[in-house]
Design a protein around this ligand. Structure first.
Ligand SMILES: Cc1ncc(C[n+]2csc(CCOP(=O)(O)OP(=O)(O)O)c2C)c(N)n1
Length: 315
């Protein structure tokens, strides 16, 4: 082998040495493996990847990935990920957190990030509960449902993350299942490669607090012929990709089809619901401040910038 032969990165290259303290059988393990598989699939240098998380069991994920990482504040992961991406547009940015983090306390930021279309991939570990704080109902748990960690049935209805993402302006929207890492890795790789804000809502089991949506439930262990409660959109010929992003009618048709599928609850569709190629927030920043394209903010010396034209304009 030549000394200059490129080194092929494998899953091992994205694993950290830190001790993992998730519960045995947690769906977070499947999501972690899926992320590492996706990074290896794309052969991304760990130095060029930054992973941001909110607070929750899922928030520990960056600790277990060999890349840059930042465990931020509850519900604020998208604000930090947005800032980091804009400061260094040479970095691949992954944001992740729980469904409580993203769709509850972080819901306003969720909408704002979709509107901006900053180029990052956001993975939501959707286990229907607040895992870290002992299993209270999260925003995705439907009205009338009661997990073993709740004293009563949920008093309010659940939200629909896919429909919420469509309405907010995300340009890549998918759903995956934590215990199918190979498939989930493929979806995550597509979300990373997509230019713009990508959401992957990952259905995740919580063996400690959620006794309703278990591995056995998702995989239909109780159903005739053990028929899975999940199906893949592409297996039914569904194609959520907008071919002509200037065609309003096509956009409306594709958004409507995605929303309709997202309300199916048994079986639940997984796969890519919607995808469109639109200018990103960064494109607009580069149009206004062209030198940021070649030299990201982190590589510039702010003190050397001539701020006089800006001060003049504000006079
Ligand atoms: C501002 C703020 N409010 C509340 C909390 C307490 N808290 C920590 S994690 C969490 C919810 C975690 O649930 P989720 O986001 O679904 O993640 P999971 O633990 O299930 O991965 C809450 C309410 C906090 N840390 N900060």
């Amino acid at each position: 082998m030549s000394v200059n032969a490129p080194v092929k990165l494998t899953i091992k290259d994205y694993k950290s040495e830190l001790h993992n303290d998730w519960c045995a059988g947690c769906g977070d393990f499947g999501i972690l493996t899926s992320i590492q598989m996706a990074l290896a699939q794309l052969q991304l240098d760990p130095d060029k990847v930054a992973v941001f998380s909110g607070i929750g069991c899922s928030g520990k994920t960056p600790h277990y990935i060999n890349a840059y990482g930042f465990h931020t504040l509850h519900g604020r992961v998208l604000t930090v990920a947005t800032g980091a991406r804009l400061a260094n547009t040479k970095q691949t940015v992954l944001a992740l957190g729980g469904d409580g983090d993203g769709y509850g306390i972080g819901a306003g930021y969720f909408v704002g990030a979709g509107r901006r279309n900053v180029d990052f991939a956001y993975l939501v570990h959707n286990n229907n509960v607040y895992g870290l704080t002992k299993g209270q109902a999260s925003p995705t748990l439907a009205k009338g449902k009661k997990t073993k960690s709740m004293p009563e049935q949920s008093i309010q209805d659940g939200i629909n993350p896919v429909a919420m993402a469509i309405a907010s302006g995300y340009t890549f929207i998918a759903r995956a299942y934590a215990l199918e890492p190979k498939y989930t890795a493929g979806i995550i790789a597509r979300a990373i490669e997509h230019r713009g804000a990508a959401l992957v809502d990952v259905l995740q089991t919580c063996p400690t607090y959620n006794d309703l949506y278990t591995k056995e439930w998702y995989e239909g262990a109780d159903l005739p012929e053990k028929r899975s409660r999940l199906y893949k959109l592409e297996d039914q010929g569904f194609d959520g990709k907008v071919k002509d992003p200037t065609d309003k009618q096509e956009i409306i048709a594709k958004k409507s089809a995605a929303v309709a599928r997202s309300y199916e609850d048994e079986p639940i569709p997984i796969g890519v619901y919607y995808e469109i190629d639109l200018p990103t927030y960064e494109d607009e920043v580069f149009r206004r401040i062209p030198d940021l394209k070649e030299t990201p903010l982190v590589e510039q010396n702010a003190f050397e910038r001539d701020v006089n034209p800006l001060l003049e304009a504000m006079r």
